[in-house]
Ligand binder design. Structure first.
Ligand SMILES: CC(C)(COP(=O)(O)OP(=O)(O)OC[C@H]1O[C@@H](n2cnc3c(N)ncnc32)[C@H](O)[C@@H]1OP(=O)(O)O)[C@@H](O)C(=O)NCCC(=O)NCCS
Length: 191
């Protein structure tokens, strides 16, 4: 993957050293926003384990770094576990609270799209809270459309929340059959 450098932000694959910074960013959003519905902040070991599982399946896990500091991260996981869904991913993106609206998401999301496309995935799906205007606008800016609205499926901060499904095709999308990954046990996309 090319490493895009625009202004002072670099987007690159994450390493294990980045884990505590990612945990700190995630914890903030668990406590304060509708960007995630995990009930509790995660621990370093949780993200380390998730990261390793994703790497085994060649699923991208990226960070944005600004002057040596991790200011955001984004990753993709299988859309669903059953093998027939193996060419679709769902993704997440989180930006450091002190660096919101400063162009980090605008770099991370296209880098993730590019990395997922390069791995041969054909569809990308984001679950976005219906009140999460920043995320909706970011996704629309990068070609995602609203594929559905799930009403009352979340409960956070004492109220029910709606979830938008935001989707975009990658590469040739559904226009051509997929290229199957090598039949290598370590490269199984299905879990
Ligand atoms: C959603 C999120 C990733 C956007 O990242 P960001 O780095 O702040 O966004 P950027 O500065 O790169 O802005 C890119 C575009 O996103 C949209 N956007 C970002 N912040 C916005 C805001 N507060 N209000 C409306 N649109 C916003 C705009 O379209 C913006 O383009 P513009 O600045 O040209 O108008 C960030 O707000 C975030 O981490 N939120 C908390 C976690 C979360 O909700 N993650 C997504 C889960 S689905």
């Amino acid at each position: 993957m090319d490493t895009p450098v625009i202004s002072d932000i670099v987007v690159r694959p994450s390493t294990e050293i980045d884990v505590p910074a990612m945990v700190a960013i995630y914890s903030h959003h668990v406590r304060n926003g509708l960007g995630t519905f995990d009930p509790e902040p995660l621990h370093d070991e949780d993200i380390k384990r998730r990261r390793k599982n994703m790497m085994k399946r060649r699923l991208p896990h990226l960070v944005a770094e600004r002057s040596g500091m991790i200011v955001g991260y984004a990753y993709a996981v299988p859309f669903r576990k059953r093998p027939a869904y193996r060419h679709a991913v769902k993704h997440s993106i989180y930006v450091h609270p002190d660096h919101l609206r400063s162009g980090v998401g605008r770099l991370l999301l296209p880098a993730l799209i590019e990395a997922c496309t390069a791995e041969g995935f054909r569809q990308m799906i984001g679950y976005v809270d219906a009140e999460n205007q920043p995320s909706q606008q970011l996704h629309e800016a990068f070609g995602f459309h609203q594929a559905g609205l799930l009403q009352g499926v979340g409960y956070k901060f004492g109220r029910w929340t709606d979830t938008l499904l935001m989707q975009r095709a990658l590469g040739e999308g559904g226009a051509t059959p997929p290229v199957e990954p090598p039949a290598d046990e370590n490269y199984s996309r299905a879990t």
